[in-house]
Structures are given as structure tokens and as C-alpha cells.
Design a protein around this ligand. Structure first.
Ligand code: NAD
Length: 375
């Protein structure tokens, strides 16, 4: 049994498993092949992998011989023809957006397990890559905003005058938003939070932030914990209430997402113009359109006196810890599909294995991807 660890595409700093995480697999008799310099941007060099029991080889050699390929992003179209049919691919494939690519991967005969599709259940928590990476992104978003803000975060009373605390508005209190609240509070900011799921109100308040109440949000009970699209009437009410907080905010951290759909636009141009000069927006939903008008994915721009940071992969800017927790998620998932002897055993009765399997036996097997392909 060979597991391959691939180098990620240019611009990505994470690696799918760190040297310290491969040792238990090696002890289980599994051969680990690592692409040259795969971990270099996450401060894990080739020597460390060799020391842990791996072989450093070329990409071609891994693609040709591995039974399981680990990555964060999906392999490229050029890789398809070199990779053996039947190979298991594990990564974050964003299949609800990349559904046409799933069809291609199925045709090549790969079994794709996309860890971003793991059900958000208690048992699956240790494999939940969306949570492990969003937690880091939420933290880093606040740190980045503090770095760019021309003001202090905490309150200061000095002989040279008083400085009021920064006001931070957080849009969306999922995993990233909750970590952003905690980080902004630790830095001394006053924090307000908007979310359409009433269930998060208590969590927001327990972190010391104010929850912005807007009545009439659509009931998301059937959406597996995710939010759903809101009515125009609710959006209008939310916009009116947000205008008050936006005008006061020094920083907006935007994290609101709708699973598999474009992000909701919560701050339009008129609202953005209400922000103070020098204010900072960090939009983690940038890759799916963003919550804030004018935000451009992977760019930092200035618009109406506000610095807009569009970055949905902020975890990649903290590659040591991001790789550590991602690698742990991958390792825990491997325990579900490997026997004690280190052989592959795919149990599709297991809701986690079934939930994140996108393609198998030359077919797209996930129902949501199937219906997107049929539409
Ligand atoms: P997400 O990234 O999909 O969305 C971020 C937040 O944006 C959510 O809280 C959502 O309600 C909010 N949002 C969406 N539209 C909005 C709007 N128009 N206005 C304001 N806010 C809006 O969320 P996530 O962090 O991936 O979490 C999704 C769900 O999964 C949550 O219910 C979370 O508690 C749950 N979860 C469960 C587990 C587990 O049990 N294993 C682990 C992590 C998360």
C-alpha cells in the first residue's frame, strides 16, 4: 500500500500531511511517497519526511504508483493521464462548484473523497476540514485587519488623550465568525455580530459580543446546520439594521456563506460608503462573490476610503498550524478507510465515508453533484 503526498499548486502554502503525522502509517507497513519540496512552504523539509520514514520522489512517480493520493486542492488535468484508474484521491474538491470536474474524475476511474463534504456531525468533527481551516481563517482575518487598521484595537487612556476601542462588525457566526469574535475581543475591540441562524445568538453572547437582532429569518432547520437564502423582505430589514452598525464600524469581518451557492451580498455600495475613512474589511467569502460590495478575490484594494481584503484561503497564510490540523483531519479520515493491517476497505454504510465520496467505480455517486450535473 502506497500513500502519496503531493505538492500543492503555486500560491498554496499548506501540505496535506506533516512529517510527524506519517509515522503511525509507516509503522503500519504503509509506504509513504512525498513529492519533492511538498512541505517546504509549511516549514517541513524533505529531510524531515525522510527521517519520519518517507521516500522523496517525483510527482510522476507518485501519480503512477500511489494507491491513495493526498492533497488539499485537486490534481490538475495533466495529472489525470498519469494517475492509475482506481486511485483514491483525498482533498478539498469543492464539488458543489466543481461538479463538471467530478464527472471527469469519475470517467478516469478515480475514487474521490472530498473532505469538505463530510457531514457536520459530532462523530465527524475530528475530520472536519471546513472547521479546522475556518477556525484559522477567522483568527487570521482579525489579525490582518488589525495590521491594516490605522487605529488601535484596545481602548487606551493615556496622558496624551484617550483612545476608544475599535468597533468590529462580524457578518456570519459560523466557525470562522466565532473565532473572529474571540480574537477581536482578546484584542480589546467592541464586537457586534449578524447571523440569520438564531441558534448562534447564545454562542455570540457567551463570547462577549452583541448579537444584532433581526426578526423573520427563514428557518434553516432542514439545511444540516447551514444557512439558507433569505426573503427580500428579511434582506431589507437586515440591511436597514446593518446600516447603523456599518456606519460605526472600524472593521468588518465578513464570513457569511450559503453552502454550494454564491455568498449573500450584505453590504452594498451605499452601505460601504457609510464606513469611516481608513476602515478595513476582510471578506472570507470573496471566492464565492463576497459579502461586501467591491471586494475582489485574492486582492487588497481601496474603495471609498476603505481597505477591502478579499481572501477565502487565509488559513494558507498560517501554513504550519493549518497543515497540522488538516493533516490530522486527513489522518483521522484514513482510519475509516484503512484496515488495521493497512489495506483499503471502503465501507459505504458509514455515513462519513458515503457523505464525502463523490466518485467511485467510474460513476459520480453523490446525489447533489448528480443533480447539479443533470440541471
Ligand atoms: P458557513 O461557512 O456555511 O457560514 C458562515 C455563517 O454565515 C453561518 O453561521 C451562517 O448562518 C451565516 N450566514 C449565512 N447567510 C447569512 C446572512 N444572509 N446574514 C448573516 N449571516 C449569514 O458556516 P460554517 O462555519 O461552515 O458552519 C455551518 C454549520 O455547521 C453551523 O451550524 C455550525 O454550527 C455547524 N458545524 C457543525 C460541526 C459539527 O458538529 N461537526 C462542526 C462545524 C460546524
Amino acid at each position: 500500500m502506497i500513500i502519496g503526498i503531493l505538492k500543492e499548486p503555486a500560491g498554496e502554502n499548506r501540505v496535506s500531511m506533516l512529517p510527524e503525522q506519517i509515522n503511525p502509517l509507516v509503522k503500519n507497513g504503509i509506504s509513504i511517497m512525498v513529492e519533492t519540496d511538498a512541505g517546504i512552504n509549511a516549514f517541513a523539509n524533505n529531510e524531515a519526511y525522510v527521517h519520519a520514514g518517507a521516500q522523496i520522489v517525483s510527482r510522476k512517480q507518485i501519480l503512477e504508483s500511489a494507491n491513495i493520493l493526498l492533497g488539499y486542492w485537486q490534481i490538475s488535468d495533466q495529472d489525470f493521464t498519469v494517475t492509475q484508474p482506481g486511485t483514491i484521491l483525498i482533498g478539498v474538491y469543492q464539488p458543489l462548484f466543481q461538479y463538471k470536474q467530478m464527472q471527469k474524475l469519475a470517467e478516469f476511474g478515480f475514487s474521490v473523497f472530498s473532505l469538505d463534504m463530510i457531514p457536520r456531525t459530532t462523530r465527524a468533527q475530528s475530520m472536519d476540514v471546513l472547521s479546522s481551516q475556518a477556525n484559522i481563517a477567522g483568527y487570521k482575518a482579525v489579525i490582518s485587519a488589525a495590521h491594516l487598521l490605522p487605529r488601535y484595537f484596545p481602548m487606551f487612556m493615556t496622558a496624551a488623550g484617550s483612545i476608544p476601542p475599535a468597533k468590529v462588525l462580524i457578518l456570519g457566526a459560523g466557525v470562522a465568525g466565532l473565532q473572529a469574535i474571540a480574537t477581536a475581543k482578546r484584542l480589546g475591540a467592541v464586537v457586534e455580530v449578524s447571523d440569520t441562524r438564531a441558534a448562534v445568538k447564545e454562542e455570540v453572547m457567551s463570547l462577549g459580543a452583541k448579537f444584532i437582532e433581526v426578526e423573520g429569518a427563514a428557518d434553516a432547520a432542514s439545511a444540516g446546520g447551514y444557512a439558507i437564502e433569505q426573503t427580500d423582505e428579511f434582506k431589507q430589514k437586515q440591511r436597514e439594521r446593518l446600516a447603523i452598525s456599518v456606519a460605526k464600524a472600524d472593521v468588518i469581518i465578513a464570513t457569511a456563506q450559503l453552502q454550494g451557492k454564491p455568498a449573500p451580498l450584505l453590504i452594498d455600495e451605499a452601505l460601504l460608503k457609510l464606513m469611516k475613512p481608513g476602515a478595513v474589511v476582510v471578506d472570507l467569502a470573496a471566492s464565492t462573490g463576497g459579502n461586501v460590495f467591491g471586494v475582489q478575490n485574492n486582492q487588497v484594494i481601496k474603495l471609498h476610503g476603505v481597505t477591502l481584503v478579499g481572501n477565502s484561503q487565509l488559513a494558507s497564510d498560517m501554513p504550519s498550524d493549518a497543515s497540522k490540523v488538516y493533516g490530522k483531519n486527513v489522518f483521522n479520515f484514513l482510519q475509516l478507510i484503512l484496515t488495521k493491517e493497512g489495506a483499503i476497505h471502503l465501507n459505504f454504510e458509514d455515513d462519513i465515508v458515503k457523505g464525502c465520496c463523490m466518485t467511485h467505480n467510474k460513476e459520480v455517486v453523490n446525489e447533489r453533484v448528480q443533480s447539479l450535473l443533470a440541471s
